[in-house]
Design a protein around this ligand. Sequence first.
Ligand SMILES: Nc1nc2c(c(=O)[nH]1)N[C@H]1C(S)=C(S)[C@@H](COP(=O)(O)O)O[C@H]1N2
Ligand SMILES: [Mo]
Length: 321
Amino acid sequence: MLIKPSVDIPSSEITNHSAWLNRRQFLGASAVMMLANSSASGLDAGQPLKFRGAAGSAVAGAYTDEILTPFADVKRYNNFYEFGTGKGDPARYAGEMSIDPWSLRVEGEVAKPGVLHLEDIQAGFDLEERIYRLRCVEAWSMVVPWIGYPLANLLQRFQPNSRARYVQFQTLHDHRQMRGQRSFTSSIDWPYVEGLRIDEAMHPLTLLAVGVYGEVLPHQNGAPIRLVVPWKYGFKSIKSIVSIRLTGKRPKTTWESLAPQEYGFYANVNPGVDHPRWSQKTERRLPSSFFEPNRIPTQLFNGYGEQVAHLYQGMDLRRYY
Ligand SMILES: Nc1nc2c(c(=O)[nH]1)N[C@H]1C(S)=C(S)[C@@H](COP(=O)(O)O)O[C@H]1N2
Ligand SMILES: [Mo]
């Protein structure tokens, strides 16, 4: 097992971690997981969905050997401005969003545009567990065991054509379900949109997550499907996606539109390029408190440089931040 608790961590973390390991063993500790509760399984629809393991290797999905951030923190400390700007707002209000039914359109420069519905989204692709660091541009970070599949696997089904150079993603836009979209003080031009270059989108580390900690994604973490791009600042990892559009031109993105001098299109994690209003050299690893800030150095490409640095060869990372 790649995950090794060290002696200087709080016992709360150790407990949480070992409980999680036990559950993994119980689940079969697999890299390829299957949705237990598809409609065919006959389980009560009101029951929370759980992912069940098939055979496989326990370590295939570990992309870091650091201590996991407890599930409690992963689901209570969030950024999801559609539900408010406070860190606790998404956990409080994301339940007002309904995810069933859900449609995800894949369109634009593809041979076979189409729509995926909730069951295809959650169970239509081979699921893997991936433990990734998540680094927010605000300089806090977590270590999260996601469940999902590479974005490339989904895109390939719709057959991108040779004009597809970028991918744009869009979050649900429905002010009846998302109270932050009703806010008059919000400066965001809804819906939340994000984008990647096609080679970034096709990179094997780029994940679509449908679950976390062995369970279906909580609403506040971006149910039913969200992007996870582990080498980029968290705002690129767009939640609750309803549309994926392949395009020839670089798409507009929410944070770049709002403050282009602060948030770039690339948004690669980089301790050498500070945010205009704060340093990016270090980060607070959750759980973090005033007395135990748990501050650690930030790594270039969030530690995934070996896998992704070639994507930016010859680019000035200060200019293309
Ligand atoms: N639609 C949407 N997606 C979003 C955001 C948001 O406000 N709206 N916040 C982003 C930011 S800033 C971060 S750090 C991550 C946080 O993901 P988490 O709450 O699951 O940790 O989600 C990203 N995805
Ligand atoms: Mo963020």
